[in-house]
Design a protein around this ligand. Structure first.
Ligand SMILES: Cc1ncc(COP(=O)(O)O)c(C=O)c1O
Length: 371
């Protein structure tokens, strides 16, 4: 057996070095450099949006999105319990209250049919989060949002290059956000982006990203953040974006290979390959141990590590987060599907660099780990 197979490895052998050298040679390394604007424009075009606002990471993009929509203390934002902390913290940092929805047992995404039942007179927004490989079923969400006059924040961090009924993910929110962490289909090391068609929201996000400097510099009407992306990050992002189609093709290929290699393994729920609205883009290849398997995800992951295979656990639900419990949120709330997959789910090596040989080794190791 040769070498540990990491859960993710980025591919950086396109124009990354060339564009980075341009930054160094020209001295443009801060957020003022020309790659930032070019990356924003090209990324927004790719998603079919009017504006792109590059920021320092995907969590910051969510913070800026919630602040830009002016959520007030006590306002409610409906969101999945099964997601990453950045989604809920963006709402609570503005004094808002996350109102949770359980996930669909097959796709693991927020159950769109449950959203309307969570609306109250204080609901202001719905935060949809596309997870792992498939988008949220957007049509019912959009219909409910329109009928109740709610804003949509679309967290498309994991869905770069994915579509919903043929339209790009990231084209559905009043504000949509992305992450460029190295496990994403386009990476800048650390980085993020907001996209929108709304001129006013775009302007507001630009201001929030840049400490809300007023027309008179160093005079501020409001508090923002320094969420700026550097020219160095944007240079890498641009080179990555040039190869997005190739990366997506690789990810879809890995998905098909894993599905074939693991088809005869009894103890696991595999991801849904396609729905009527999208084919799985395989951001990560998640698996959920079936109830009759006598180990949990933690034990399976430990065994896989010993066999040289990197894995990561599924998200831990928001209603079970100690930090939110301490804030008095979600007391007594239960979301059985999220609780089940959080305990029994994990994901396999899934990066763009993953090879066919590595996938064969992962499948063999899984067979041994579950034996
Ligand atoms: C769905 C989702 N939203 C937000 C984020 C946060 O992005 P970042 O790590 O760039 O802050 C992530 C990170 O992986 C994510 O998966």
């Amino acid at each position: 057996m040769s070498g540990f197979i990491p859960v993710n490895e980025p591919v950086l052998d396109g124009n990354e070095k060339k564009y980075l050298a341009e930054c160094i040679d020209s001295g443009w390394i801060s957020s003022e450099g020309p790659f930032v604007r070019e990356f924003e424009t090209k990324f927004a075009n790719r998603v079919g949006r009017k504006h792109g606002i590059a920021v320092c990471n995907g969590s910051a993009a969510l913070d800026a999105a919630v602040a830009a929509l002016r959520l007030q203390p006590g306002d409610e934002g409906i969101m999945p319990t099964f997601t990453t902390i950045s989604c809920a913290s963006a709402i609570t940092r503005q004094g808002g209250i996350p109102v949770l929805v359980d996930c669909d047992p097959a796709t693991w995404n927020m159950d769109s049919s449950a959203v309307e039942s969570r609306i109250t007179s204080r609901t202001k927004a719905i935060m949809v989060v596309h997870l792992y490989g498939l988008p949220v079923d957007m049509d019912p969400v959009i219909e409910v949002a329109m009928r109740h006059d709610l804003r949509i924040i679309e967290d498309a961090a994991e869905m770069i290059g994915q579509t919903y009924r043929g339209k790009p993910c990231g084209s559905f929110g009043d504000l949509s956000t992305f992450s460029f962490y190295p496990n994403k289909h386009v990476t800048t090391g650390e980085g993020g982006m907001l996209v929108t068609d709304d001129d006013h929201l775009a302007e507001r996000c630009r201001s929030l990203r840049n400490l809300c400097f007023g027309p008179a510099r160093f005079v501020h009407e409001e508090l923002g953040w320094n969420f700026r992306m550097t020219n160095l990050q944007a240079a890498v992002g641009l080179a990555q974006l040039e190869r997005l189609d190739e990366f997506v093709a690789r990810k879809r290929h890995s998905f098909a290979r894993y599905m074939t290699l693991l088809a005869d393994l009894d103890g696991m729920q595999l991801p849904v390959a396609c729905t009527e609205y999208a084919d799985n883009i395989n951001w990560v290849f998640g698996v959920v141990l079936k109830d009759d398997v006598r180990m949990d995800a933690r034990e399976a992951m430990k065994r896989l590590t010993e066999l040289g295979i990197g894995t990561r656990p599924f998200f831990w639900p928001m209603h079970e987060q100690p930090v939110f419990r301490k804030m008095g949120l979600f007391t007594g709330e239960r979301y059985p599907e999220a609780e089940r997959i959080a305990r029994r789910g994990f994901y396999l090596p899934s990066g763009v660099a993953l090879t066919d040989d590595q996938m064969v080794r992962v499948a063999d190791a899984l067979r041994r780990a579950l034996a």
